[in-house]
Ligand binder design. Structure first.
Ligand SMILES: Cc1ncc(COP(=O)(O)O)c(C=O)c1O
Length: 517
């Protein structure tokens, strides 16, 4: 029963304050059990229907920000609350009807996976229990689940189970986490106190020209500066030229710089090429450099026996970035950093303020994740990865990843055989191709390449707005290409065939339009 009571609080010397509130507290944000069930079941019904019919919807409506702002309205911050059921119903309609659907079977853009439905349920469960996985005392079982997830990921990619690691928000953060561990391990020890500007020699790092943009952000943000990056040229297969790498390291040492790390890429963002990791590992050993592998996209393919060799050398990596929200089909956000000697993470990230009572006591198995990465309070993103790994198992993942690769090969082969398409590259599950009108196939005039670039860029923009298929772009040896990356367990052979028909149909139209101009 709720009753109002006046409470007078007295301190020894004077009367301080009068409190007036219900003894049973009522808040505008709690949802009672029956209401939660009613709203929750309704939402789950909607989501189940959304997933079930996702292939019937357009990938995108192509609505402009202005159109969306009109739909959303511009009401000010609400002064008064509204019923949860009403706002959730409105919001689910808003999201389902006005989103770009990366779970659509014809979404092959960038590197964003169709999200495993079990991940949605996992996020609901994680948010309901809401463990803070920054410290074990605040997340007893969640910490153990994250530890097991990290261990399973080491097994998945075939490195030693002595690697330790942490779940982070995505590929950028996974690489940053490894980058900072490398800096701590290989830069002069006094930079922790003195700062990087006091390092006696310029710190330099090495990576191929195809390396994802995270590296530039890291060099700028973490004090090395973008000029510390030695962008090593690639060979015809888009792999880092390791002869040039070694030569550059030698020159830097001779000139008084201090090399600290080499980044190998296991599946480059544009074409999916995998560097020769074994050779890079050898070079790192010779010059005592940290060997970091950016496997954010490609490393899960190691689970397929016939691709294992492609990743030879991964076991030598000091750190590896991988990204469950890419090829392990986790919903956003889930990345992971694995480090050969996890003590490097603790050396980099651990602090012990007096207000933390998280010490390990005698129990050495305690693990406080705030000591392993940049975050302090942390959500339970491991749960969705852990559950999906159990749902599909290693063999289920091997099958899905292998199918993605075969579909990508099919896309390449069909493009190669088509008179109006040019297949450009195919690695892992990334294919690049371009539309070449029949009258340009034999054409040798000087403007041919420039025209084809203009045509394919315009075509890509048209396709991205059209809603039938979503591809992204890559520039390969100066050619503007359409790029399909299949990290999508919903894509089928039929989708690939239809996608090519759409490209050719829209390509013809765009060519005609440009010719008329
Ligand atoms: C090779 C590689 N590294 C890092 C990233 C960044 O990942 P995220 O977008 O999850 O931060 C990407 C993204 O596509 C990538 O392909």
């Amino acid at each position: 029963m709720s009753w109002k009571k006046e409470v007078l609080t007295k301190c020894s010397t004077h009367q301080v304050k009068t409190f007036s509130m219900n003894s049973n507290r009522e808040t505008p944000i709690e949802i009672g059990k029956e209401e939660f069930k009613k709203i929750g079941y309704k939402l789950i019904d909607k989501i189940a229907n959304f997933i079930d019919t996702i292939d019937k919807k357009p990938v995108t409506n192509g609505e402009s920000p202005l159109q969306l702002q009109k739909i959303l309205g511009n009401s000010p911050l609400p002064e008064k609350g509204a019923p949860a059921e009403e706002i959730l119903t409105k919001t689910s309609e808003l999201l389902i009807n006005h989103s770009l659907l990366n779970g659509h079977p014809k979404f092959l853009g960038y590197i964003t996976a169709s999200a495993a439905p079990i991940g949605a349920l996992a996020d609901l469960l994680a948010a309901s229990v809401n463990p803070n996985v920054g410290a074990q005392i605040l997340s007893p079982i969640a910490t153990e689940i994250e530890k097991q997830t990290v261990k399973w990921l080491t097994e998945f990619i075939g490195v030693s189970q002595n690697y330790g690691g942490i779940l982070v928000s995505g590929g950028n953060m996974a690489n940053f986490t490894g980058f900072l561990a490398a800096r701590t391990a290989k830069a002069p020890k006094n930079i922790k106190e003195e700062g990087i500007s006091n390092a006696s020699a310029k710190l330099v790092i090495y990576c191929s020209r195809t390396t994802h943009t995270w590296v530039e952000k890291a060099a700028i943000l973490f004090g090395l500066g973008s000029k510390s990056i030695r962008w090593i040229q690639t060979d015809m297969a888009n792999k880092m030229n390791n002869e040039v790498l070694e030569k550059t390291i030698k020159e830097d040492i001779k000139n008084g710089s201090r090399p600290i790390m080499v980044i190998g890429t296991a599946g480059d963002v544009s074409t999916g090429a995998v560097d020769n990791l074994k050779e890079i590992a050898k070079i790192c050993k010779t010059y005592n450099l940290w060997f970091h592998v950016d496997g954010a996209y490609g490393i899960p393919a190691i689970v397929i026996p016939k691709y294992k060799k492609l990743f030879d050398g991964i076991k030598e990596a000091d750190s590896v970035a991988l990204d469950p929200h890419k090829w392990l089909y986790s919903p956003l956000e889930a990345g992971c950093t694995l480090v050969k000697d996890p003590q490097h993470l603790i050396d980099t990230y651990s602090t012990h303020p007096e207000y933390y009572n998280f010490s390990k006591n005698e129990e050495e198995l305690t693990q406080n994740y705030y000591e392993y990465g940049l975050q302090n309070s942390r959500g339970f993103r491991a749960l969705k990865v852990w559950l999906a790994l159990q749902q599909a198992g290693r063999s289920g993942y091997a099958k899905m990843i292998n199918d993605d690769i075969e579909l990508s090969e099919l896309l390449f082969e069909l493009a190669k055989a088509h008179p109006e398409l040019e297949a450009i590259t195919q690695n892992l599950s990334i294919t690049t191709l371009r539309y070449v009108p029949l009258d340009y196939k034999q054409n040798t005039n000087n403007n041919k390449e420039s025209y084809l670039n203009t045509l394919n860029e315009a075509l890509l923009n048209e396709l991205q707005q059209g809603g039938e298929v979503f591809l992204s772009n890559a520039i390969v040896l100066g050619k503007y290409c359409l790029r399909g990356c299949i990290v999508n367990f919903r894509t089928s052979k039929k989708d690939i065939e239809e996608i090519l028909e759409i490209i050719v149909r829209e390509g013809k139209k765009m060519h005609r339009k440009l010719q008329e101009k």
